[in-house]
Design a binder for this molecule. Structure first.
Ligand code: TSX
Ligand code: MN
Length: 630
């Protein structure tokens, strides 16, 4: 397929203009064919940028090693370029769009010399779904093309859907390393120095301009840049939700199912939860998505979610047959590995894979590496942020409806974080706005001191969206409140829960076994949606009655009681922390409903402490937001 084959005049002109600026040797249109993927893979192997893995161990898979300076998203070089600084808000890096475009245009000038420019037409979401969106990424990185072909739906079908004048989100990307005549990468991952890296979002014109990094969310522009930062802006304007959430399906022993989404900060095991193996006989969990959910009200009045992605870009370290067998199987073939260890026999290895490193390996820097368990200071073989890029359809527990263009109706939304104390295993919000409050206070306790935070304090990451919201976070909270207000049928809104798998006892041991046993929490969530759960009313919301919760046998009655009790003093401290350190950041953009809820919560906690509270009320709780008890 050639540039002259593009039937979309505006797209063709846009591609030609960027090629004129960046001056690639050649323009290649990505048709999405397996043949094109294989040719890119062959070329990457020939250039020394990729290593083909053992065909027996990891069929049709390769390993890339990035530059040591280009191993993760770079938040300090990620910009929201709105006309007004206030529209980017207190939690984003704002930059003037006119000045940024000038500076980046200068960087883009001639930046693709000696390289090919690839045109990637992609759909975020099943092709033609009313919830899906189309983007086109122009890039000089074959690694990006290969990853986009796994993570999104790429090719001719997308161009057909665009027709002659369809709307697409324009996405520019360059690694920022032009080649002199005759020069090649010589096996060195191309990228630009840190202060030339830019990951820029223009929310008003809905454009993405990325320069200088070839890694992950910096470069695969469909994911964090489009499906989150730009999509949050589209969602705000069009009345839907673009969220950093997994989507899972729970089926009970009668064969009835419910769909649940969940937002968690990093290092909480979100991908593990999305692919959980239930430990309760008869109950099963399947996966719809592990990272992003787009939710829109359907004609039936329910919020329907699609997974805009087509693959998993998962963190490798810690992924084992014990922690997440489904992810390992998904990544057992047709997979791109980045920055993991390489074994002598052409297989991959990483810390936490579940077995010792076999003999001498090559580490993520390309150096010989032999495991020494005595040496606690040994550098890891795989980079802690090393990844697998695997097709979603290869996941053994992928739900059959994962590509349904109508999406799946959502019954429950989970929020969570790593909280060694205060936050119980699970509680349910009383109503939608209380649920928005729970989303707004999401965070994890920090375990290593940073420049601005002490160990033991909570790093807030509201809705797990701090790095991914394309506009003012306070306005984003308001959008969530408005979704509840404007719901076509408020009774059909999802119930909202806060979960915490990471409570520790006084000796520092985890109190909850987690992993597969989290299905027990999902069972209670399911029953809450049905209105059949055994519940108690508490000052912080609705919690499981001890006798109605499916306790794992290895957890003692006493531990279970602690996991499901309200720590009144801890919560009063939590309220104080939110009041003094969290909510003031949002100034006048903080919705009054959230400030009001915080006051109500404080009053109920103080009444409880003073012994003035009504005794805990036992009883079922209706599955909708009507407030009735049954
Ligand atoms: O992913 C995790 N989940 C969710 C699983 C569906 N992890 C790993 C977090 C880092 C990515 C967890 N770690 C979970 C969890 O529920 N819980 C814990 C803490 C924990 C660790 C070890 C044990 C128990 C809890 N027990 C033993 O190792 C025996
Ligand atoms: Mn994510």
């Amino acid at each position: 397929m050639k540039l002259s084959d593009l039937k979309h005049a505006k797209l063709k002109k846009w591609v030609e203009d960027f090629a004129a600026l960046t001056q690639p040797d050649e323009v290649v249109i990505c048709d999405g064919s397996p043949a094109q993927y294989d040719a890119l893979e062959d070329a990457a192997v020939k250039d020394g940028l990729a290593i083909r893995l053992n065909e027996e161990k990891k069929p049709h898979s390769v390993l890339f090693r990035s530059d040591p300076s280009d191993v993760a998203r770079v938040e300090k070089r990620t910009f929201i370029a709105s006309k007004k600084e206030e529209d980017a808000g207190p939690t984003n890096n704002w930059i003037d769009p006119t000045e940024l475009k000038k500076e980046m245009t200068d960087l883009y000038r001639g930046c693709m010399k000696g390289r090919k420019m690839y045109v990637i037409p992609f759909s975020m979401g099943p092709l033609g779904s009313p919830i899906a969106k189309i983007g086109v990424e122009l890039t000089d990185s074959a690694y990006v093309v290969m990853n986009m072909m796994i993570m999104t739906r790429v090719g001719v079908k997308v161009l057909d859907l665009l027709g002659t004048d369809g709307y697409f989100v324009p996405c520019y990307h360059s690694v920022g390393k032009p080649l002199a005549p005759g020069e090649s990468d010589h096996g060195v991952w191309p990228c630009a120095p840190i202060d030339h890296k830019f990951i820029s979002q223009f929310p008003e014109t809905r454009e993405i301009w990325s320069y200088g990094s070839g890694y992950g969310g910096n470069a695969l522009l469909g994911k964090k840049c489009l499906a989150l930062r730009i999509a949050t802006v589209l969602a705000r304007d069009e009345g839907w939700l673009a969220e950093h959430m997994l989507i899972l399906k729970v089926t009970n022993p009668e064969g009835r199912c419910r769909y649940v989404t969940g937002a968690f900060p990093s290092a909480c095991g979100k991908t593990n939860l999305a692919m959980l193996k239930s430990t309760i006989p008869g109950w099963s969990i399947e996966t719809v998505g592990d990272d992003i959910a787009w939710m829109k009200f359907g004609p039936d009045g329910y919020l329907h979610a699609i997974n805009p992605e087509a693959g998993f870009f998962g963190v490798a370290p810690g992924t084992s047959m014990k922690s997440n067998p489904n992810a390992l199987i998904a990544a057992s073939k047709n997979t791109i590995f980045t920055n993991v260890g390489l074994t002598k026999d052409g297989d991959v290895w990483w810390e936490g894979i579940g077995y010792d490193a076999p003999g001498e390996l090559i580490d993520w820097n390309g150096n010989p590496w032999t495991q020494n368990k005595e040496d606690k200071t040994q550098k890891p073989c795989a980079h802690p942020n090393s990844r697998f890029t695997a097709p979603a359809y290869q996941c053994p527990c992928i739900a059959k409806e994962w590509e349904d263009p109508a999406g799946v109706p959502i019954s429950a939304i989970l929020f969570g974080g790593r909280r060694p104390n205060t936050i119980p295993l699970v509680h349910m919000s009383r109503d939608w706005n209380h649920g928005v409050f729970l989303g707004s206070i999401v965070g994890s306790e920090i375990t290593a001191a940073t420049l601005d935070q002490k160990v033991g304090t909570v790093r807030r990451d509201p809705f797990a969206m701090l790095p991914f919201c394309g506009y003012n976070m306070g306005d984003y909270f308001q959008h969530w409140i408005d979704i509840g207000k404007n719901a076509p049928d408020p009774k059909k809104l999802p119930r909202i829960f806060y979960v915490n798998w990471f409570r520790k006892d006084k000796d520092g041991h985890f109190m909850w076994p987690g992993y597969g046993d989290n299905s027990r929490v999902l069972k209670w969530v399911f029953q809450c949606c049905d209105g059949t759960a055994k519940t108690v009313d508490t000052p912080i919301g609705i919690m499981p009655a001890l006798d109605g919760f499916d306790k794992p046998s290895e957890v003692s009655d006493e531990t279970m009681k602690t996991l499901l009790s309200v720590d009144v003093d801890g919560w009063l401290k939590e309220v104080e922390d939110i009041k003094t350190n969290h909510y003031p950041k949002f100034g006048k953009h903080l919705p009054k409903e959230l400030a009001a809820f915080l006051d109500t919560l404080e009053k109920s906690l103080k009444a409880e402490k003073a012994g003035e509270a009504e005794p805990a009320k036992k009883g079922g709780h209706c599955g909708c937001h009507c407030g009735k008890k049954n």
